[in-house]
Design a protein around this ligand. Structure first.
Ligand code: ZN
Length: 445
């Protein structure tokens, strides 16, 4: 395969309207379509040009606006003092989809995914235009590329890289990245990777962590990976691989194991675990039915992605109310009564739902429990029907409140109450067993 041999001589490199000469560093703002309030929008590009010749590498992140792990990876790479000794040019684009980054979503305001519109067109949709801008200014000025991604919202990925296994240069970059898994991913039409391959440029896609969250491990692996690829390309001083460097698993592809039924998924394996086909990876449970449904691996391999979304993480608000009450608020009798009334309502709704869903009681009997809260028979019946659309959900508040209290009790004396709250909130919406693991790790540090 013949590759572009674009290297940096003394000729100026022009990004946007800025000429960048060797031995300088610039931040160029590429203008994109203004918001409909007429606020100006631009895509920031950091250009670091070494004094000496070398490859031109682009590192892009947040093509999906909510995948912020890559944004932090780019920031840390740019702060690295080794860049003073750079050969060639680093074109770093921390946020390609600036619109999605503002609004914390994967997509553009027109609900399109930029990564389906490469190489784009100057006259097309918004997605197509941004793809075109990025492609023209960045990709066509590069000899190599690294595109940083994470899992979607509530989906965590084991740090891994995706390349076309047919492309030797890309596979070499993937090995240099030093991650446990290299995956051959199917090319998607319109993806940056597809377009870059058509342009005959080796590219590697990094995946790690979860959207809208900073996963420290994924960030560190990503920073180390980018710098390590730059060393391998001769852009940074060479350093031999450490003796304990692991040999990556090379995977032909990946697929999701889907839940056979609705429920709360309790994962028994961790990201990175190897499993055999048929092995149990977790189970589906419900607050109603004591039986567990086992979920099994559909193929042998390693676990590289998982859902982080449980059902039972409601209850924080109710828990907070109890903390506030304990701290001496709601001491006024009327306020105290309202707090208790709300808690009682939650409990009774849970009880009614449980009675109906477990077939202990009929719809009528369940509605009678609701009517004890002061509702008419008709309202109670229709309330029960509404609850039935989401079986078990009413119990979440009560189970959730209890869950937080149990955790707090378990860690009492080991960490302060305020530290407990901080740590639990930092974890986001994760199941209690994951929250417990987080707390255990912090305690061990
Ligand atoms: Zn992505």
């Amino acid at each position: 395969m013949t590759r572009k041999t674009l290297t940096d001589g003394a000729a100026p490199l022009c990004i946007g309207t800025v000429d960048i000469v060797p031995g300088t560093r610039h931040t160029v703002e590429l203008p994109a379509a203004p918001l409909y309030t007429q606020a100006e929008i631009s895509i920031p590009i950091h250009v670091v040009r070494g004094k000496r010749e070398g490859p031109r590498l682009f590192v892009s992140a947040a093509i999906h606006g909510d995948e912020i792990v890559g944004v932090e990876i780019v920031r840390r790479v740019l702060r690295n003092p080794l860049l003073k000794r750079l050969k060639g040019t680093l074109l770093a684009v921390p946020v390609v989809n600036v619109y999605g980054y503002f609004s914390r979503t994967r997509y553009l305001p027109d609900r399109r995914d930029i990564n389906r519109f490469f190489p784009g067109s100057p006259h097309g949709s918004m997605a197509s235009r941004i793809a075109h801008l990025f492609f023209n200014e960045i990709v066509s000025n590069s000899t190599h590329g690294i595109d940083l991604h994470s899992g979607a919202v509530h989906r965590a990925n084991l740090p891994h890289v995706r390349v076309s296994l047919d492309d030797d240069d890309a596979v070499r970059m993937a090995r240099a990245f030093r991650v446990p898994v290299i995956m051959n991913a199917n090319l998607r039409d319109g993806s940056l990777r597809q377009a870059v391959l058509d342009n005959d440029l080796p590219i590697l896609v990094f995946e790690g962590g979860e959207a809208l969250r900073f996963d420290e491990q994924a960030i560190r692996v990503g920073v180390r990976g980018v710098l390590s690829v730059m060393r391998d390309l001769g852009m940074l001083p060479h350093r031999p691989l450490p003796a304990n460097a692991i040999e990556p698993m090379v995977a032909e592809g990946g697929r999701w194991v889907r839940a056979p039924e609705s429920g709360t998924f309790v994962m028994k394996k961790e990201l990175g675990d190897e499993v055999d086909a048929g092995e149990v990876i977790g189970s589906l449970v419900s607050p109603i039915d004591p039986d567990e449904i086992k979920v099994r691996a559909t193929a042998s391999g390693g676990i590289i992605g998982r859902t982080m979304l449980p059902l039972v993480y409601e209850g924080w608000a109710c828990y907070s109310e109890s903390v506030i009450t304990k701290a001496g608020y709601f001491s006024d009798p009327i306020e105290a009564m309202l707090v208790h009334k709300r808690r009682w309502w939650r409990a009774m709704r849970g009880l009614a739902d449980l009675s109906y869903q477990s077939r202990e009681g009929s719809l009528d009997e369940a509605a009678q429990i609701i009517s004890r809260l002061g509702f008419s028979r008709d309202v109670s019946i229709s309330t029960m029907k509404r609850f039935a659309l989401n079986p078990g959900y009413q119990m979440c508040y009560t189970l959730g409140t209890k869950g937080f209290h149990d955790l707090l009790e378990e860690f009492a004396g080991k960490i302060s109450e305020s530290e407990f709250h901080k740590r639990v909130l930092e974890g986001g919406e994760i199941p209690f067993y994951e929250a417990k693991k987080r707390l255990e790790n912090i305690e061990g540090n």
